[in-house]
Design a protein around this ligand. Structure first.
Ligand code: MG
Length: 373
C-alpha cells in the first residue's frame, strides 16, 4: 500500500530516451536491475569501505555496504508506505561514484583536482557514470535511468544550488527530493556507523570497553545483553548489543519520519517537495546517539594509527598517478584521450581514476611509477 506522499511509478517523469514499457517489470524495477547489471556496480566489490580487503575477508567493502544500505532502505520504505523499488534503486546506486581507497581516495582525488581549479564530488560523478560512461545500449550512452533515480543520485545527501550548478537545473533544485531519496543519506549513516563498529572490533582496533565508554546507546544495549546472556562470550554479547543499537536507529528513523510527516500536515508528494526542510530524520535524542558513535569512529578508527598507512598509500597512489596522466595524456586509454578533446584533461583523468578499483589503481601505479607506494 503506497502512501499518498510516495513516488508513484506510473507518474514518473520518464527517461531521457523514451523506451517501450516492459511486459512485467515497472520502470523503477528496470532501473534497479540496470544498476545491478552495470560494470561500475560490480567494481564496488573491489573498492574499500574502511578496511582494505587484504586485512580480512570478513570486512565490508563498498558492495556489501551498499547491499546493507539497500536492506535498511527497503525495510523503512515499506513500513512508511514509500516506493520500495525506488528506495532500493537509490540505495544500490548511492556509492557508485566512489573512487578507490575509500574516504582517503576521495580526498586525494579532490585535492588533485583542486590543483587544476576543479573539484571532485562523488554524487556528480555518479551521475556522469549512469548518464555517460556505462555503455550497454546501442541506441544511447548511459543507462537511461528515469528522472526520479537521477534526481535521487544528485539530491539524496545534499542540496545543490542552481547558481553554482546550472548544469543540474532540470533536477528541481529549488525543491526537496522525495522521501525515498531523503531516506538514503540516513540509512547510509545507520549502515556504516554500526558496520564500522563491527569491523573495527573484529580488526581489534576498537575494544568493547572503549565503545561502551564512548557510545552511550551501545553501553545501554550491552548492559541488556550482559543481563540476558551472562555466560556468553564477549563477541556474542557485542553482536547482541550492536544488533539492538542498529534496530533502535532503524526504528527511530522510521517512527520519527512518520511523525514529522504527520505534524507537517504533509499529504502528497508535492507537499514533500515543497516543504522547507527534509522530513526524513532521526529524533533529536537518537540523532545525538548517532553523532556520538560517529565522532567516536572518527577519533578512534578512521584516524587511527592502524589505518594511517592505508591512507598515506592512497594519497600517494592517487596523487602521483593523477599528475602522471596530466603530463602524459598519451598513456591514457584511447577512449579517454578522445574525450580530452571535449573536456578539460583534469576532468578526464579524474573520471578514469574515480572509476578504478583498489586493485587496478595499485597495478597502474606499479606499471607507470614503479611500486613506490
Ligand atoms: Mg555509503
Amino acid at each position: 500500500m503506497l502512501a499518498d506522499y510516495a513516488v508513484r511509478v506510473e507518474r514518473t517523469r520518464g527517461r531521457r530516451h523514451p523506451e517501450p514499457p516492459h511486459p512485467y517489470r515497472n520502470e523503477f524495477q528496470r532501473d534497479r536491475d540496470r544498476v545491478i547489471h552495470a560494470r561500475s556496480f560490480r567494481r564496488l566489490e573491489n573498492k574499500t569501505q574502511v578496511f582494505t580487503a587484504r586485512v580480512s575477508d570478513h570486512f565490508r567493502n563498498r558492495l556489501t555496504h551498499t547491499i546493507e544500505v539497500a536492506q535498511i532502505s527497503r525495510t523503512i520504505a515499506e513500513q512508511l508506505g514509500l516506493n520500495v523499488d525506488l528506495a532500493e534503486t537509490l540505495a544500490l546506486v548511492h556509492d557508485i561514484g566512489h573512487p578507490p581507497f575509500g574516504h582517503a581516495g576521495e580526498k586525494a582525488l579532490d585535492a588533485a583536482m583542486r590543483k587544476h581549479g576543479l573539484f571532485f564530488d562523488h554524487n556528480l560523478h555518479a551521475l556522469r557514470i549512469v548518464e555517460d560512461f556505462e555503455l550497454r545500449y546501442a541506441a544511447f550512452r548511459g543507462l537511461n535511468l528515469t528522472f526520479e533515480v537521477r534526481e535521487g543520485i544528485i539530491k539524496h545527501s545534499r542540496d545543490y544550488s542552481a547558481e553554482q550548478h546550472p548544469e543540474l537545473s532540470e533536477y528541481l533544485l529549488d525543491q526537496k527530493p522525495p522521501l525515498e531519496a531523503q531516506l538514503i543519506d540516513l540509512t547510509d549513516e545507520i549502515a556504516y556507523n554500526t558496520a564500522d563498529l563491527d569491523d573495527g572490533y573484529e580488526a581489534e582496533v576498537l575494544t568493547v570497553a572503549q565503545i561502551r565508554e564512548n557510545v552511550p546507546a551501545f553501553e545501554r544495549a550491552y548492559q541488556v545483553a550482559e543481563t540476558r546472556y551472562p555466560q556468553a562470550i564477549e563477541k556474542l554479547k557485542f553482536n547482541e548489543a550492536l544488533k539492538r543499537f542498529f534496530n533502535q536507529l532503524v526504528t527511530d528513523l522510521m517512527n520519527h519520519t512518520r511523525e514529522r510527516v504527520a505534524k507537517a500536515g504533509v499529504k502528497t508528494l508535492d507537499d514533500v517537495r515543497s516543504h522547507p526542510e527534509r522530513l526524513a530524520a532521526f529524533s533529536p535524542a537518537m540523532d545525538a546517539e548517532r553523532r556520538r558513535a560517529k565522532e567516536f569512529l572518527y577519533a578512534n578508527l578512521y584516524y587511527s594509527p592502524e589505518l594511517r598507512a592505508d591512507k598515506e598509500r592512497a594519497e600517494v597512489v592517487v596523487g602521483e598517478l593523477f599528475e602522471f596522466w596530466m603530463s602524459h595524456p598519451e598513456e591514457l586509454p584511447r577512449s579517454y584521450q578522445a574525450k580530452a578533446k571535449e573536456e578539460p584533461l583534469a576532468r578526464i583523468v579524474c573520471d578514469y581514476v574515480a572509476g578504478m578499483t583498489d586493485g587496478f589503481i595499485a597495478e597502474q601505479h606499479g606499471k607507470f611509477l614503479g611500486d613506490r607506494g
